[in-house]
Design a protein around this ligand. Sequence first.
Ligand code: UTP
Length: 232
Amino acid sequence: MRTVLKLGGSLLYDENGQVMIDRVREYAKVVKALLAKGHEFVIVVGGGKPARVFISAARELGASEAQCDWIGIKMARHNAELLCAALGDAAFPKIVETLDELEVAFQHGKVVLMGGLTPGQSTNAVAALAAESIDADILLNATNVDGVYDRDPKQPGAKMLKSVDIKELRSILSGSGTRAGEYKLFDPVAIKVVARSKIKAIIFNGNDPENLRRLIGKGEEIGSLVVYGSDE
Ligand code: UTP
């Protein structure tokens, strides 16, 4: 299976802002095992806590939103370097910075790693664009919640949706931020891209790297599947 995996930056850092080395190692192990079975991967890593720390400091110092976005873009690339290191020879050695580069890098048969691409979006948009570019079979969005909820998952009575129509997803996420560091799940660009190409997308809990094996290796149904109504 040709997969684009988006790893939320929050999955790689603990509450003290330290990199969870074992988590990165465990992801590399699962990905290598799946590669050995013939699966192909592009992995897009988010900015996580360090991106938010730098963005808020830069904003206070007067940086423009575009400058803040660039900080996030670079931080996400640094996070991708961590996974690249853990994957060793299995990874294409350079973090890919454009979609043009992605197409060439992907031909090498290695795991291709990406961070951010361009201001005005999040790494979820990067993952959606990457999935479209390489004609991926699936886009997996690993987050720190079990899937998409009908309201803020912290609110009482919030229900996880096993499948969510793209229109409903758009409306659930309509209150999300659009400033640097504040994008949630799918940002507007990501929504637009998955909708126009009807990309099979699953949002799942990435705190357990084994969930990746469950989804790809075993075909288990976990998380929330995005579905597309006939009028999309
Ligand atoms: P993300 O918001 O995607 O990563 O990128 P995150 O903070 O780790 O969020 P999750 O946990 O993955 O959902 C960090 C910031 O980098 C900028 C945005 O400001 C974004 O909030 N960015 C990222 C861009 O401007 N363009 C990109 O293509 C990617």
